[in-house]
Design a protein around this ligand. Structure first.
Ligand code: DGT
Ligand code: CA
Ligand code: CA
Length: 575
């Protein structure tokens, strides 16, 4: 069975959690967490690397012991060390870990000191005020736990688009290889490019007899077949992702694709338009009376209600139907429109590659310029640069630019926005750079007013260019901090600075709604990789997907500009 990086990362994360609950050595715990992160963000499948006998200890943070574990997982699908931990640590504690605000440390305290093992016991203990005996559990923590326990009960598990894609692509390839199979498309939220997907909705058309259903339910990664029929089956993959497969007739393919792409709200609007013209629109086609008049292609479905085809990313009932009717659908940005990347890291801080390697990788990714923006000194976990180290890096970049052909490096920094809104390095140092990317990396729990003012103040600095990952959220891990994003967008418009759409799969902020707002207010968005390794330029696809959901066109995106024009824009921010 093929083991994906995500499966390995999940095992390492779980081991870190369980070791921490057990009170193991913090260095060991951290080693597993770092390894999970490395594995998750690696551009290549570890199973391939193991198959080729490559030396895994050359990966950052992977020593002999971890390398051996990776090989074991790739070969057997599991880690004996984790199996042993499972025998020692009660399974119900893992459910507690899923409550936001309850990390392994707190779960350990609950378990050791209060013998709490289950959600029910936890809820009960909170209600009876028992948690207050524990250090670090105040009334606010109690409140959050209560809120989250109830939210958690109903919460469905969603998958990052990037993770779903790792499962979807090989499955689609597998189905395509099946006798008689013609078209295979993943519809649903996946096709609309949402940042997370609840399940995969796959449509296939076949010629004559095809064993596609059998082939689907016998796929290696299927853990559980929920239902199997001749035209529809549902399975769970081992990672927990649900997949629906539907076989549709060729004459209905466009109608089915339209229906199952959604969104539901968009579909309902289109169906109403049909009704007004005396047409019935469903997943089988467009009908006048009994007669099917359209449905083989999506274009034909839209044409039946006098509309041009609408890109899936826009189908959220946010004005796309009106725009289509009035001939003002956006010409959405594409990956090829990006000429550069304005946010990445190197070995100087928490990246894994040299400046030169990052430059070459960016060039291979088709980019013409790349801004090096390592962390500033305040971010000690990333070994942030002080003024001297930054000056040395600037000299290095000058020398490299003399040597490099076909790509230009820009000098930048990802400077911490401190709690009071000042920047982590003096203005005279910052103003010598080509651009300054400002970011919030701590004090996430300030009030909305304070957080907003903090960022506005940072944007007032004389040389602030781009606000990085403007909400600080980490999908599935950390909520956005409370902040008035509308005011920040307005402030960016007034000050002539820019907002980032960060392409890291867990970030993807600005969100789609924020992009719409930025577009409306005339603030240019910079779609950046925030790359920490050479393979990270691949992540730009995800940023583009989000930007398209936010209606962005080429002219709304800063880093589609040719270098000379970009320099002019950036200079204007460096007063
Ligand atoms: P997800 O899976 O939660 O990320 O989101 P979707 O949009 O993929 O939703 P899903 O998988 O429940 O259904 C796939 C598509 O099927 C959905 O986008 C629109 C269509 N659909 C599902 N149920 C209905 C419905 O009751 N009415 C209409 N008009 N369309 C529906
Ligand atoms: Ca779906
Ligand atoms: Ca579905």
């Amino acid at each position: 069975m093929p083991v994906h990086n995500e499966d390995i990362a999940a095992i390492f994360d779980e081991m870190a959690d369980l070791l921490e609950i057990e009170g193991d050595n913090p260095y060991r715990v951290r080693a597993y967490r770092n390894a999970a992160r490395t594995v998750r963000h690696l551009g290549r499948e570890l199973s391939d690397m193991v198959a080729r006998g490559e030396d895994l200890t050359r990966l950052p943070g992977i020593g002999k012991e971890l390398a051996a574990k990776i090989v074991e997982i790739v070969n057997t699908g599991h880690a004996r060390a984790l199996d042993k931990l499972h025998q020692r640590v009660p399974a119900s504690l893992e459910a507690l870990l899923k409550i936001p605000g309850l990390g392994p440390k707190r779960v350990r305290a609950l378990y050791h000191d209060l013998h709490i093992k289950t959600l029910r016991q936890l809820e009960d203990a909170v209600r009876r005020g028992r948690l207050r005996q524990l250090p670090g559990f105040g009334p606010r923590t109690e409140q959050r736990i209560l809120e989250n326990i109830s939210a958690h009960r109903t919460e469905e598990k969603r998958f990052l688009h990037s993770v779903a894609r790792r499962y979807a692509e090989p499955l689609v390839a597998w189905l395509r290889q099946t006798r008689g199979v013609d078209q295979v498309v993943v519809a649903g939220s996946y096709r609309r490019g949402r940042e997370t997907v609840g399940d995969l909705d796959i449509l296939v058309t076949v010629r004559g007899e095809s064993p596609v259903m059998q082939r689907f339910t016998e796929y290696d990664e299927v853990a559980d077949v929920v239902s199997r029929g001749t035209t529809r089956s549902t399975v769970y993959l081992r990672c927990g992702l649900q997949v629906d497969l539907r076989v549709v007739e060729k004459a209905s393919f466009g109608a089915a694709l339209h229906y199952f792409t959604g969104s539901k709200a968009h579909n309902i609007r289109i169906r109403h338009l049909g009704q007004q013209k005396g047409l019935k629109i469903n997943e089988y086609g467009v009908f006048r009376g009994e007669k099917r008049i359209a449905g083989e292609t999506e274009e034909s479905v839209y044409a039946s209600v006098d509309l041009p085809w609408i890109p899936p990313e826009l189908r959220e009932a946010r004005g796309e139907i009106e725009a289509a009717r009035e001939g003002r659908l956006p010409v959405l940005i594409e990956r090829e429109d990006l000429r550069g990347d304005l946010h990445c890291h190197t070995r100087a801080t928490d990246g894994t590659a040299s400046i030169e390697d990052m430059a070459r990788a960016a060039q291979r990714a088709g980019l013409e310029y790349l801004a090096i923006t390592d962390h500033s000194r305040h971010l000690t976990v990333a070994h942030g640069l002080d003024a001297d180290a930054l000056r040395r890096q600037m000299d290095d970049i000058d020398r490299l630019n003399d040597r490099l052909d076909g790509i230009t490096l820009l000098k930048g920094i990802e400077v911490d926005i401190l709690e009071d809104g000042s920047l982590d390095l003096p203005a005279d140092v910052l103003c010598r750079l080509d651009l300054v990317v400002g970011a919030v990396h701590g004090a996430f729990r300030l009030s909305r007013r304070k957080q907003t003012e903090r960022i506005l103040r940072a944007m007032d600095s004389p040389c602030f260019s781009i606000l990085a990952h403007p909400t600080g959220r980490l999908l599935g891990e950390r909520e956005a901090y409370a902040v008035d994003i509308e005011r920040i967008i307005e402030a960016a418009a007034e000050r002539g600075c820019f907002l980032e759409l960060n392409s890291q799969p867990q970030r993807l902020d600005l969100t789609d709604d924020h992009c719409l707002l930025a577009r409306e207010r005339g603030v240019l968005v910079s779609i950046n990789s925030d790359g920490h390794q050479v393979s990270d330029f691949d992540l730009l696809d995800g940023g583009i997907r989000q930007a398209r959901r936010g209606w962005l066109e080429k002219q709304h995106v800063l880093n589609t500009l040719p270098l000379s024009q970009l320099r002019r824009k950036l200079k204007a921010t460096m007063q």
